[in-house]
Each structure stands twice: as structure tokens, then as C-alpha cells.
Write a protein that binds this ligand. Structure first.
Ligand code: PMP
Length: 447
């Protein structure tokens, strides 16, 4: 086989190999959809190739909510280069290094007080698996082995591995195919929608009744605080979090917050838990941890959880991926956290929030739009029908924006470094994507 440089492989060649061999997230092979080829990424822009044409677009998705500082950031690039020059990967069994240790110190410094121990996982889903394992092992080690189920909200999303899937929505969600093989969990309705409304006492009474009924078999409550992301981009009142803490304590359950999507400033606070001043027993972070550069996630826990595990018959947390604590990823994550905390992330997120509110207002008047909602650097147009993916994506790209709608949602979670003008462009792209779905539906009806 002749050698080919990935820097010079033409987009036609890339596309041909892709469609012959590759699976993409949630696709079939051969693929029904032809992906755009990325030929560059710089600042908040992606350069996409399709059918002989290049499009320079603003990335409204921040690479699935992770590239908060944009692409090719000089400080993140420098952190990668500096670490490559030292060493790229070493095993984490019996060895440690500055990138992992300093990252752990930094994470403990910015997460809610009381979380002190850090497990470095290699993806968000794995960090959720580790969180669930920590909870089961804590109870097993402290004489409550029968506590092995999780209480969770419907409409959530926690990842695609089997235990993570079991705490996603079992019926309406992406994983309903697997209902018969997943461990059975206890599902409460999602909290009533609306960041500004609540908490609703009737809802809480119903939730608490479920916790009470199943208390003897429950290990933990696991939820996405404030924003349920990939399950439906729903926002709820932060007041529910304090109530979850109270209920967890009352019935001997641990409380797990999955902040893989909401962490690192996305909702307007550093962590969504900070809206309510609530400290969970276990916290999952990922996505924006490395500024979107590399795959890394983390599960943090309190000394109480760690001590419980250490006191058990098997006193070790039996989990240890090959690429645990990858130095390149840790060095980049440390640089990303320092960039965030050293800058005006609060001002950046507030600017995006007001820009999205202004820019999305016209969508409220479109027929077929059920709701427009904005929180922090998250904007959502929810339709009363499924988005037509092809038409919506094309309309967005034509408007100069990259979006990846799902189900009834056209949404954006852009990099924090977007200018006011770029936020306005993203909002225009979102409105165009929603309008394209409605227009295509009208055409189909008219035929
Ligand atoms: N939890 C939440 C809240 C997420 O949004 C995601 C990813 N969308 C995951 C877990 C899974 O993370 P990963 O895709 O890195 O496995």
C-alpha cells in the first residue's frame, strides 16, 4: 500500500473511503447520509467540503459542546506540543505524572466543595460507568449490597455503554431497543420544564414517594442537573437539585450529577450544581474538559465515597483503562481549565445568552415552533414535528453555520469565543434550519 498523507488526501478520496468503511454516530453502513468533509478548523470556523465546494461556517455545535475555546487555540496547541516533546502516553498503573496530578488539583479547585478524588476516564460514557460502579461498590463495601438500582429522570441521556444506557429514557429515548437486556432502574418523570419555574411541590412529592418505595434497593439518584441535553434539551429549575440532595440523604442514597454537557460554564455557572449550591457525592465531567481537543472525562467523588470503597472486602475500585490519565489529554485539559478560569467566561457566556435571545426571537413567530428557549450558551428551537435533517443542515450551511439538529430540536451550543456578530449568524442559521423543515413539510403536503 502506498503511503498517503492525511494532510493532502483530497476530499473526494476521503469521502469514498468513508462511505465504503466507516460508521458514524447513529448511522447505518453503507450510510444513508453523505457527511461533509472537514478540511480545516480555526477559531470558531469549520471549513467543510461537499460536492466540489468549500463552505466556511461558524460552528454552532462546538464539536458536540466541547470546543469552548474554538479551534487551534494558541495556548491549547502549545500545551499539546509541549507535552508531545516530553512524552505522549505512559501507563497509569504504578506511575504518575505532572499533567494528571495538576489536572486533578485544578478540577478539585473548581468543582463544588467537598469533591476531592478524581478518576480519569477516557470518555463521558465511561465516566458514567465509573460513577455507577463507585455507587454500587460504596454500598457493597458498607454492608448494603442489595442497594444496586438507580433512580433517574425520564428524558435523560448519560451515554451509550450498557449501564449508562440503563439510566437514559427506557421508552422514548435512543436506547429503547435494549429494554430487555439493560439492568432495570427506577424511572421518575422528568421535572417540570422551565429554568424559571418551580420547584413544584406535587412533583417533588411524587419523586420522593418513588425514592421511599424503592429505598431498600436503591444505590443512588443520577441526573443531569439543570439541562437534560441529548434526551431533549429541556431546562428545569435549579431548586430541584437541593430537593434531590435532601431526598438522597433521607433515604440513604448517593447523589450523582452528570455534568458532562453542563460543566465548565455552559449554563452560566461553572457547574450547573452551582446554580443551587448543591454538592453531589459523585460528579461526572467530560466534553469541554480538554476544550474539545482530546477524549478525556473524569469522575469526582467525596472522601466519604472513597473511604467507603476502601473499607470493603475488595478495597479497590476495580476499573483501569489502558489510556487512563493520558498525559497529552491531561496537559491539554489543564491548559483549557486555566484558560477558562483566567478569562472572562462568565462575560462570554452572558454575551452569547443575550445574543441568542435576540437572534432567536423571530423563530417564536414561525408556525410549527413549539418553544424557543435559551440558557447560558445554549439556544433551542423546539418544533412540533421532527426536524428534516437534510434540508435543515443544508439551510444552515447556506446561512454560514454548522448545526446538527435532532428529533424536534434545532439547537446551538457554540464556542464561548464567538463574537456578537457570530452569535447573530448562528441564530440566523437556526431560524433558517427550522424554516427549511417547515417549508419541506409544506411542499410534501402540497404534492
Ligand atoms: N452524559 C451526558 C450528559 C452527555 O451529554 C453525554 C454525551 N452527549 C454523555 C454522558 C456521554 O459522553 P461521551 O459521548 O463522551 O461518551
Amino acid at each position: 500500500m502506498s503511503r498517503i498523507s492525511t494532510a493532502t488526501a483530497g476530499p473526494d478520496r476521503v469521502r469514498a473511503a468513508d462511505s465504503a468503511h466507516l460508521w458514524h454516530p447513529y448511522t447505518t453502513v453503507p450510510a444513508a447520509e453523505t457527511p461533509y468533509v472537514v478540511t480545516g478548523a480555526e477559531g470558531v470556523h469549520l471549513t467543510l467540503w461537499a460536492d466540489g465546494e468549500h463552505h466556511r461556517v461558524v460552528d454552532g455545535m462546538a464539536s458536540w459542546w466541547s470546543a469552548i475555546h474554538g479551534y487551534r487555540h494558541p495556548e491549547l496547541d502549545a500545551a499539546v506540543h509541549a507535552q508531545v516533546d516530553r512524552f505522549s502516553h505512559v501507563m497509569f498503573g504504578g506511575l504518575t505524572h505532572a499533567p494528571a496530578a495538576e489536572l486533578a488539583r485544578a478540577l478539585v479547585g473548581i468543582t463544588p466543595d467537598g469533591l476531592e478524588h478524581v478518576f480519569l476516564a477516557d470518555s463521558g460514557s465511561v465516566s458514567v460507568e465509573v460513577a455507577m460502579k463507585m455507587c454500587l461498590q460504596y454500598h457493597r463495601s458498607t454492608g448494603n449490597a442489595e442497594r444496586r438500582r438507580f433512580l433517574t429522570w425520564r428524558g435523560g441521556y448519560h451515554g451509550d455503554t450498557f449501564h449508562a444506557m440503563s439510566v437514559c429514557d427506557p421508552d422514548g429515548g435512543m436506547h429503547s431497543l435494549w429494554g430487555d437486556v439493560l439492568p432495570g432502574q427506577v424511572y421518575a418523570p422528568a421535572p417540570p420544564a422551565g429554568f424559571g419555574t418551580g420547584p413544584d411541590p406535587d412533583y417533588l412529592a411524587e419523586f420522593e414517594a418513588l425514592a421511599r418505595e424503592h429505598a431498600a434497593e436503591l444505590a443512588a439518584i443520577i441526573v443531569e442537573p439543570v439541562v437534560q441535553g441529548a434526551g431533549g434539551m429541556r431546562f428545569h429549575h435549579p431548586g430541584y437539585l437541593g430537593e434531590l440532595r435532601r431526598i438522597a440523604d433521607a433515604y440513604g442514597l448517593l447523589l450523582v450529577f452528570d455534568e458532562i454537557a453542563t460543566g465548565f460554564g455552559r449554563t452560566g455557572e461553572m457547574f450547573a450544581a452551582d446554580h443551587a449550591g448543591v454538592v453531589p457525592d459523585v460528579l461526572c465531567v467530560g466534553k469541554a474538559l480538554t476544550g474539545g481537543y482530546m477524549t478525556l472525562a473524569a469522575t469526582l467523588c467525596t472522601p466519604r465515597v472513597a473511604r467507603g470503597i476502601a473499607g470493603g472486602e475488595v478495597p479497590v475500585l476495580a476499573h483501569g483503562p489502558t489510556f487512563m490519565g493520558n498525559p497529552l489529554a491531561c496537559a491539554t485539559a489543564l491548559a483549557s481549565v486555566e484558560l477558562l478560569t483566567g478569562g472572562d467566561w462568565r462575560g462570554d457566556v452572558a454575551r452569547i445568552e443575550s445574543g441568542l435571545r435576540r437572534g432567536l426571537a423571530p423563530a417564536e413567530r414561525l408556525p410549527g415552533v413549539r418553544e424557543v428557549r435559551v440558557l447560558g450558551a445554549i439556544g433551542v428551537i423546539e418544533l412540533d414535528r421532527p426536524v428534516r435533517m437534510r434540508e435543515a443542515t443544508r439551510a444552515a450551511v447556506a446561512a454560514g453555520v454548522w448545526l446538527r439538529p435532532f428529533r424536534e430540536h434545532v439547537y446551538a451550543m457554540p464556542p464561548y469565543v464567538c463574537s456578537e456578530q457570530q452569535v447573530a449568524t448562528i441564530a440566523e442559521g437556526m431560524v433558517a434550519a427550522a424554516a427549511a423543515t417547515l417549508a419541506a413539510d409544506e411542499d410534501a403536503e402540497g404534492q
